[in-house]
Design a binder for this molecule. Structure first.
Ligand SMILES: Cc1cc2nc3c(=O)[nH]c(=O)nc-3n(C[C@H](O)[C@H](O)[C@H](O)COP(=O)(O)OP(=O)(O)OC[C@H]3O[C@@H](n4cnc5c(N)ncnc54)[C@H](O)[C@@H]3O)c2cc1C
Length: 382
């Protein structure tokens, strides 16, 4: 299954077939570069994610002829924030879409294949070293292990990416679970965010009526409860006075590594490697922008990758991506970090929810109106 992959030097090898990797592969293949995508999971799977695709992510898909992938997905128009007795119902400044990750990721990867990329599932990739003007990677599936070469490596391995990564010392971990279909268990198009002392949990109804429950939990609390994720989630619903749609202990929970992390830089000239999506840095998911960042970076990285492929000086190509990545994401990452900090303290969380109920236009900053400022329409309850 991988015997045919070491017969040539690829222009680009993308490690990771999530939204960032699939988007980058689409762009590179369309530009005529020989592109290989390696995805370690043999079949499509759900990921730990709140499933809310921000409007900016929808824009990326639209302008690249991929908008049909989400055109029939339910609109995400309202966030209901709950903390103790406080609640605010906020009309989102920019409407997004609700997508089921197992389906969305698989369909986007199919588009990369249709654009001309070679896609291999069930294959793990690891960057090794640089030989002259090519990067060497090790690829493995089962017992079959080989080395292949590429002019540039796109690291889209998500939170699992290795290397020189700074992980926030008090960072939270992500957790998620899907229910069986529960029609009418939640209002369509509304994400409910329950904020508690030990983290926050969001609930949203997917296009096929399953509920996606995902959140960020304090690691110390998880340890104190001996890894009982369902118990921590249940305590957050209690704190927020939100009725859990289903007893959390009845669900099967998955967890991520610590969420807030940043590599030393988004690009490495020495390794002929460009990082995108979560692999290039991630902040807690309260504002629901991770997929949009992944798609934006997958779209934008193609120019810097082309510079590596065209044999421009590696230092120049890497500097290009570092600057571009900073320009695209540094401000949003800072805003999200500020929101995450505020949510660390139950009192400031409750005050923030009260403030949003009273002055709903405040939602434009944390919810990232940014690029499309025209759609402000914010209302509140209580
Ligand atoms: C609790 C939680 C809730 C969230 N809610 C939202 C939300 O509502 N909206 C939103 O936009 N974002 C949300 N996010 C963030 C979002 O899930 C991520 O930002 C997004 O998935 C990043 O995409 P990516 O392609 O960079 O990484 P991923 O989606 O993680 O994809 C990485 C891929 O690389 C593959 N891979 C890893 N290592 C290797 C390897 N060595 N070889 C081959 N393949 C490999 C993995 O299998 C995976 O498929 C949430 C995150 C969490 C934790």
């Amino acid at each position: 299954m991988i015997a045919d992959l070491d017969t040539m030097t690829w222009d680009a090898v993308v490690i990771g077939g999530g939204p960032a990797g699939a988007m980058a592969a689409c762009m590179l293949a369309r530009a005529g570069h020989t592109t290989l995508v390696l995805e370690r999971t043999p079949t499509p799977r759900a990921k730990v994610c709140g499933s809310c695709l921000h409007g900016r992510g929808v824009d990326v898909l639209d302008r690249n002829g991929l908008g049909d992938l989400v055109a029939n997905a339910p609109l995400l128009h309202t966030a209901e924030l709950r903390a103790g007795r406080r609640r605010a119902r906020v009309r989102l400044p920019v409407a997004g879409r609700i997508v089921a990750r197992d389906e969305f990721d698989a369909q986007l990867l199919e588009r990369a294949r249709a654009a001309g990329a070679t896609v291999r599932r069930g294959v793990r990739g690891t960057p090794l070293c640089v030989d002259g003007d090519r990067a060497r990677l090790r690829i493995a599936t089962g017992d079959d292990v080989r080395d292949i070469f590429a002019r540039v490596i796109i690291d889209a391995r998500g939170l699992g990416a290795e290397g020189d990564v700074h992980v926030a010392p008090r960072g939270r971990i992500g957790v998620g679970a899907l229910t069986a279909p529960m029609p009418r268990a939640r209002e369509p198009g509304v994400v409910t965010m329950a904020c508690g002392r030990h983290g926050y949990v969001g609930v949203v109804m997917l296009p096929d009526d399953r509920l996606d429950i995902a959140g960020a939990l304090d690691v110390q609390r998880v340890r104190a409860l001996r890894g009982d994720l369902a118990a921590v989630v249940a305590s957050i619903f209690d704190d927020a006075e939100v009725a859990a749609p289903i007893e959390p202990a009845r669900l099967s929970w998955s967890a991520t590594p610590t969420l807030t992390r940043h590599p030393a830089s988004a690009a490495s000239a020495r390794d002929r490697l460009l990082r995108i999506g979560d692999a290039a840095g991630y902040v807690e998911p309260f504002t629901g922008e991770g997929m949009a960042w992944a798609l934006q970076s997958g779209e934008a990285v193609a120019a810097s990758a082309a510079a590596f492929i065209a044999d421009t000086k590696p230092e120049f190509a890497a500097a290009m991506w570092n600057a571009k990545h900073r320009a695209l994401f540094a401000r949003r990452h800072r805003s999200c970090a500020a929101v995450a900090h505020l949510l660390r303290h139950p009192r400031t969380t409750r005050l923030a929810v009260s403030a949003l109920a009273r002055w709903p236009s405040l939602a434009r900053w944390p919810l990232g109106a940014g690029a499309r400022d025209d759609a402000a329409d914010v209302g509140a309850a209580r």
